[in-house]
Design a binder for this molecule. Structure first.
Ligand SMILES: Nc1ncnc2c1ncn2[C@@H]1O[C@H](COP(=O)(O)OP(=O)(O)OP(=O)(O)O)[C@@H](O)[C@H]1O
Length: 428
């Protein structure tokens, strides 16, 4: 058992590239911590610094309470599995898995038994006498996993171990990794850019962007109570509806979220009402997941949107409806780019000016194929298509072209400032 503590860790590669920026994070004893984020956000760099394969530029790394910045990799007692677990081609599966124990000069009989036992847990016991070249991708990853686990390291580091496998194999191996690692109780740091993997495997998920930690919490916290609009939209197994609204407090009776053609009331009894009311007269961003929306009859008089069904999409286990309701979708504000912090603050691509430009047009999310230019907004940019994505379950309640009333679960609204920070603090 072991813990990992990263304290204000920064990595600047030779040439000045800032890959990780003042990041603090902890994986407790036996915890399964997933590092999630878009390509290039610094996940592998972080993992490699923990393994000792990459030098830490600034900050401290503590392994099991011991300062480890300068410990050589072999003294860290970590095992690592990569995307394509490189195996020794001329050794059998048994020879590959037993290799770390042979190097450690373990008792041959114990080694034999241990490898046999582990190969059964990994469902590769029938391949023990074969060479890696004759195995499927999934079997090879199992062998790589076995070789990493066999000597029971203090810390298990996995860098996208499933990303080269097909969907079926990923699901199967995902469940096995989870069962195996938990039964061993080894602290694990697991890198992925696959949110389903993150949600299903993690005790806690840490979300990174451009080398900066954006949020850390249990899968349910990150999904339902994300710290920023970026985090909410990154975890989009249910695509996020993000809408701009003006906050009003008419006669102080309640808080009104004014979307132009639609309005939602937030009563003062709502725990977020006072935080939202601080923005009276100003703009906020409102995030709604499709599973917080549901079709209701015309007569429904609770909080709702209305519009026309533009399209239906069949996803096997559920239908999604795209409801055109005249409320323009807002682009997700990107967190500031720390690489601009030296001299570009405010004016660079990640500064506040950049955030506003991306929100109201001209940003990456505004690619013509991702949006329909439906009208110019007051700041001079263009809105994206004004569809609300609604989850319908196994049977569609509507057909394309139908008039649609959509009930809104106000308790599931996520409220952000225009630059994407939460208006009410997330609970952690
Ligand atoms: N040896 C290196 N020298 C210079 N820059 C590097 C080096 N290795 C990585 N980088 C840069 O550091 C940043 C973080 O890279 P890293 O591989 O950690 O990201 P990642 O989140 O693991 O990405 P992916 O999911 O694509 O593997 C990237 O911009 C990358 O180009």
């Amino acid at each position: 058992m072991s813990s990992v503590v990263l304290d204000n860790v920064t990595k600047i590669y030779p040439g000045g590239h800032l890959a990780v920026d003042r990041l603090s994070l902890k994986a407790g004893d036996g915890e399964f911590l997933v590092l999630l984020g878009p390509s290039g956000c610094g996940k592998s760099t972080l993992l490699r610094m923990i393994a000792g394969l990459e030098e830490i530029t600034e900050g401290q790394l503590w392994l099991d309470g011991q300062l480890a910045n300068h410990l050589p990799p072999r003294e860290r007692d970590v095992a690592m599995v990569f995307q394509s677990g490189a195996l020794y081609p001329h050794r059998t599966v048994r020879g590959n898995i037993s290799f770390p124990l042979e190097i450690a000069k373990s008792d041959p009989e114990m080694t034999f038994e241990r490898v046999t036992e582990l190969s059964k847990a990994l469902h590769i016991d029938e391949t023990l006498d074969r060479r890696p070249g004759t195995l499927s991708g999934g079997q090879r990853q199992r062998v790589a996993m076995g070789r990493a686990i066999v000597r029971q390291p203090k810390l298990f580091l996995m860098d996208e171990p499933l990303s080269n496998l097909d969907a079926g194999m990923r699901t199967e191996l995902r469940m096995e990794i989870s069962a195996l690692v938990r039964s061993l109780g080894v602290t694990t740091v697991y890198v992925t850019h696959d949110q389903v993997e993150a949600l299903t495997l993690a005790d806690r998920i840490a979300i990174l962007n451009r080398g900066v930690l954006q949020d850390v919490g249990t899968p349910a916290q990150i999904y339902n109570d994300p710290a920023t609009a970026f985090v909410a939209s990154f975890l989009n197994s249910q695509q996020l509806n993000l809408l701009a609204a003006t906050v009003r407090t008419p006669q102080n009776e309640f808080v009104l979220l004014d979307f132009g053609t639609h309005r939602l009331i937030m009563p003062w009894s709502d725990p977020r009402a006072y935080a939202v009311a601080q923005h009276t007269g100003g703009q906020i961003l409102v995030g709604l997941r499709p599973d917080g929306l549901s079709p209701v009859p015309e007569s429904y008089d609770g909080p709702s949107f209305f519009g026309r069904v533009r399209a239906l999409e069949y996803h096997g286990h559920e239908w999604l409806a795209y409801v055109e309701c005249g409320v323009p979708a807002a682009a997700v504000p990107e967190p500031p780019d720390p690489r601009g912090r030296a001299g570009e603050r405010g004016g660079g691509p990640g500064g506040f000016g950049g955030v506003v430009r991306r929100m109201f047009g001209g940003g990456r999310q505004e690619e013509p194929q991702e949006q329909e230019r439906v009208g110019q907004n007051p700041t001079g940019g263009f809105h994206r298509r004004s569809d609300l994505v609604v989850r319908l379950g196994g049977r569609p309640a509507w057909r394309a072209g139908d008039a649609a009333k959509v009930a809104v679960d106000v308790s599931r609204l996520m409220i952000f400032t225009p630059d994407g920070a939460r208006v009410d603090p997330p609970r952690r």
